[in-house]
Design a protein around this ligand. Structure first.
Ligand code: GDP
Ligand code: IMO
Ligand code: MG
Length: 427
């Protein structure tokens, strides 16, 4: 029963897209299980460079079936334009399916996301403004509209009528903005329904049949653990769970049906959006990492905040996800540095702590405690065998493994599919 989940282990953008594209060669199914088009997963393979927002990163293999799982919030307009772009670049999307239980992002979610961010002023979360948070709010408030509702336009009308009435009250009476038109939204979503209906089905039935046939399944996470509503830097995070546990809930598999949890860590730390980041480097080293690594948001193009690897955060990530192995990505980005630091603890209120605090207010005050290792100062992008890495690079990887408490199965040394050192195969 080869089922593996790929989990972002930091603040997102760890290179999940690259790792999923590479592993998907041996997967029959690839299932996105959380987030929405706040995600930007970059894939570089012989077909070109792609920045996927909703489509699972296994779409490039002719024998792989791609599923947008129930845990995703789906903006139909974004998916349709992504499909069009993929098709125009000769990528076949005919094996893409959408869970009938996935919630839809509606125009009012996007409007409310923007209004709420603006009203927070300098306390804004720095969301992607794609309506992600408001769509998940409606899911738990039981006022959401699901992909399956597109299959019957009368049901769609019945769901949209009270939802929009309520949202328009908030938009006009609380925020003093212009109401949205029912007719416009309804006719737009009817059009989406005509185009997407053939893709919408009960994807749990497909996955159960795949398990019966012992076919391999890859579960693709979005975002990262430090953005999780429970374990991340609350409230500076996202609204769905990027965690290993949600790989089950967001796809419809049981916990005992997944046998590998791969945590993806960058060899350093980045973050987009607001919120505490104890190892952030606001100096020329941070700028150098950003420039070598081209650390700019895939979705919003915002410059990513860069810093040293945070082992305090990494240990939390390992602890609350139970990773069976880790992938260390972007090792090559550190190739030119003479000295490299790892944060092993935080100093706060005169004490040294080794566990990641729950409170963002405390985290803001934490000063990193570093250990320093020598850099290898040699290019690693062409290396495919672990033992051929410069000894100082091996030492850095070994130290990360020790400090995270988990062996590495993959080491990524470049953005292309083949720029990967496989230490232990996942499938
Ligand atoms: P994701 O959201 O986790 O899929 O990550 P993103 O695609 O948003 O950001 C990761 C960036 O790093 C992308 O530009 C990738 O092409 C790139 N990338 C992935 N792995 C490596 C690597 O090992 N080395 C380098 N230099 N770039 C990488
Ligand atoms: P991938 O899958 C990095 C961040 C946003 C913001 C916060 C909340 O590419 O790793 P949201 O729009 O989700 O309500 O924004 O979460 N964020 C991400 N940061 N990578 C992502 O996805 C992200 N998705 C959301 O920047 O700080
Ligand atoms: Mg990304």
């Amino acid at each position: 029963m080869p089922v593996a989940a790929v989990i972002g282990a930091q603040w997102g953008d760890e290179g999940k897209g690259k790792i999923v594209d590479m592993l998907a060669e041996k997967a029959r199914y690839v299932v996105r299980f959380s987030g929405g088009d706040n995600a930007g997963h970059t894939v570089v393979n012989p077909l070109g460079e792609f920045k996927l927002r909703l489509t699972p990163s296994g779409i490039f293999y002719p024998s792989t079936i791609s599923i947008i799982g129930n845990g995703v919030v789906l903006n139909p307009a974004v998916l349709l334009s992504e499909i069009e772009e993929l098709n125009s670049r000769k990528v076949d999307t005919s094996r893409l399916y959408i869970s009938d239980r996935a919630h839809l992002i509606m125009p009012y979610h996007i409007v409310i996301d923007g209004i709420e961010e603006d009203s927070l002023g300098d306390k804004a979360i720095g969301t992607t403004r794609k309506g992600i948070g408001p769509a998940y709010v409606d899911k738990v408030a039981r006022t959401g509209i699901r992909a399956g509702d597109l299959l019957d336009k009368e049901v769609l009308r019945e769901r949209l009528t009270p939802a929009l009435e309520h949202k328009n009250k908030i938009i006009t009476k609380v925020f003093g903005k212009k109401a949205l038109s029912f007719d416009e939204i309804y006719s737009q979503y009817c059009e989406y329904a005509d185009r997407l209906s053939p893709l919408i089905c009960d994807t749990t039935v497909m996955l159960a049949a795949a398990l019966d046939r012992n076919e391999s399944i890859l579960l693709e996470g979005a975002q990262g653990v430090l953005l999780d509503p429970d374990f991340g830097t609350y409230p500076y995070g996202t609204s769905s769970s990027p965690m290993a546990g949600n790989a089950c809930l967001g796809s419809g598999l049981g916990p005992n049906q997944i046998n590998h949890f791969l945590g993806v860590f960058k060899a350093f730390q980045t973050r987009v959006g607001a919120g505490p980041m104890p190892t952030e480097l606001k100096d020329e080293i941070g700028d150098a990492i950003r420039e070598y690594g081209q650390e700019y948001g895939t979705v919003t193009r915002r410059p990513r905040r860069c810093g040293w690897f945070d082992a305090v955060a990494a240990r939390l990530s390992k602890r609350v996800n139970g990773f069976t192995s880790v992938a260390i990505t972007r090792l090559d980005v550190l190739d030119k540095l003479a000295r490299i630091k790892i944060c092993t603890g935080y100093k706060v209120n005169g004490e040294t702590i080794e566990n990641f605090p729950a409170s963002s207010a405390i985290l803001e005050k934490c000063q990193p405690v570093y250990e320093e290792l020598p850099g290898w100062e040699k290019p690693t992008g062409n290396i495919r065998i672990y033992k051929e890495l410069p000894p100082k690079a091996q030492r850095y990887v070994k130290r990360l493994e020790e400090i995270i408490g988990c062996p590495s199965s993959l080491i990524s040394v470049g953005k292309r599919r083949e720029q990967t050192i496989v230490r232990k195969s996942i499938f």
